[in-house]
Design a protein around this ligand. Structure first.
Ligand SMILES: Cc1ncc(COP(=O)(O)O)c(C=O)c1O
Length: 450
């Protein structure tokens, strides 16, 4: 196993002042590598090792690390003396709002926050205000942030989750200590691709909102079945709940706007983050005028409080404008390129799996892909957790890292291609993958962790 002495020394020093030594527990993985530089498709660690990056910091770097156009826009805004004023509106936030509303048909108006979690928090709050109801439906296997309404039921062990239920709900299985028990009773996780359970929950409780990723991209790439998202739209209309589509990971990565614009779905509210600013901290919450209006309702008893010292800070706002303008260029050249890199990766991987006789499936949406070591593509978390060969997946990831391909060393985590990835990067990765698959072949039979 490769050693990382410089990374180890930095981590040891940081442990003195940071609990666990790492900011954000989800970044604490083995091998414990400290990265120091990123450029395009590449990143470098403290030892000087170079990697083709597919982690992309959990997916925001859709144009690649330090994209020159985004960097230029940030430098310009700083040179121009744009500071954070915190009083009144700004030209920059107006321009960014216009870009989102004109590119996404169902977004009438939009608000900006710093992170995806803040935006999903506000989406649920405004849904509660609009409906006068408190209950929320979430998706088992989906991630929507760290706050009390959603910090549950992502990669829940099946031993804790119990058998598959439909129609019905799963218990709130908290990812965090400190979530009040009474609050947990308001949240009802159901399976992805399971309309009957959404209907069932709506018959049991007064539901304010359902929040879901349109493709489950925090446990790989699990696609909605044909008709699933449209079915959610119909149930939202039937029961009067607010349909919140969380496009923090899919937004602007799969299309201008995101997966909803790609498939013609009209949610009531949508949340963007990550790829919309190519690595700078900003998120957007947008949707139907009547709902969004509650953030500015002159009647204080109806108004929903959305505040934040750093909301629409000029640096990430300029980064988001530059990112979206680049995505709009030349008839979607960025999307055409990332799709072709994704297709090349998928084809290469599938040929390799067939040649080696390994039981695995490639799941992909444009630039996002993953490998499931099972005989079919999963339809939801239960299916995935019961059939995927997690030890083979993690062994392959660790091996790839040693060969200069950085994939997050946690099973199911999806890989993200960027506009900076070229044929040479994909082909280098495929070569490394072939060697990694050879080295884990013994683990790669039928699924073992059911
Ligand atoms: C789909 C989805 N929603 C919400 C979030 C939370 O965003 P943030 O980490 O910016 O708070 C994430 C983060 O990974 C995400 O993938």
């Amino acid at each position: 196993m490769q050693k990382y002495p410089k990374s180890e020394a930095i981590l040891t020093a940081n442990r003195r002042y940071i609990p666990g030594g790492v900011v954000s527990i989800n970044r604490s993985v083995s091998p414990e590598i400290v990265f120091v530089r990123g450029d395009g498709a590449l990143i470098w660690d403290a030892e000087g090792n170079e990697y083709v990056d597919y982690h992309a910091a959990f997916a925001p770097h859709f144009l690649g690390h330090n994209d020159p156009d985004v960097t230029q826009a940030v430098e310009k805004v700083l040179r121009d003396g744009a500071s954070l004023f915190g009083s009144g509106t700004t030209v920059l936030e107006g321009r960014l709002a216009e870009l989102i509303c004109t590119n996404v048909g169902f977004v009438d108006t939009v608000q900006f926050l710093n992170t995806g979690s803040e935006a999903t928090y506000q989406a649920i709050r405004v849904a509660r205000a609009a409906t006068g109801r408190d209950h929320v439906i979430g998706t088992q296997g989906g991630y929507n942030g760290w706050h009390n309404d959603v910090s549950c039921n992502v990669m829940t062990p099946l031993s804790a989750l119990g058998r598959r239920v439909s129609p019905g709900e799963y218990p709130y299985i908290s990812m965090s200590a400190g979530v009040p028990k009474d609050h947990q009773k308001l949240v009802h996780p159901v399976n992805f691709n399971d309309l009957a359970s959404v209907d069932w929950v709506c018959q049991q409780y007064p539901v304010a909102a359902m929040i879901t990723e349109p493709i489950l991209q925090n446990v790989g790439v699990i696609h909605p079945h044909a008709g699933y998202l449209e079915g959610l739209r119909a149930l939202a209309d039937k029961y009067g709940f607010v349909l919140i589509i969380d496009e923090v990971k899919t937004g602007f990565r799969h299309a201008l706007g995101g997966y909803c614009t790609q498939v013609g779905l009209r949610p009531d509210l949508v949340v963007y983050g990550k790829a919309m600013a190519n690595g700078y901290p900003i998120a957007a919450l947008g949707g139907r005028r009547e709902l969004m209006y509650l953030f500015a309702d002159p009647d204080a008893s109806r108004r929903v409080l959305l505040a934040g010292t750093y909301n629409a800070h000029p640096v990430p706002t300029a980064a988001a404008i530059a990112t979206i303008e680049k995505l709009m260029r030349n008839d979607g050249e960025v999307y055409a390129h990332t799709e072709s890199m994704g297709a090349r990766m998928q084809q290469g991987l599938e040929e390799m799996l067939a040649a080696r006789g390994i039981q695995a499936k490639v799941a992909r949406q444009g630039s996002a892909f993953c490998l499931y070591f099972m005989d079919h593509l999963p339809v939801d978390w239960h299916d995935l957790a019961a059939h995927h060969n997690a030890p083979a997946d993690e062994a392959m990831r660790r091996d790839l890292i040693q060969r200069g391909v950085y994939v997050f060393p946690l099973w199911t985590k999806q890989c993200s291609i960027s506009y900076a990835h070229q044929v040479k990067h994909v082909d280098f990765t495929l070569q490394a993958l072939d060697q990694s698959l050879e080295s884990v072949e013994a683990l790669c039979g039928a699924g073992t962790n059911a």
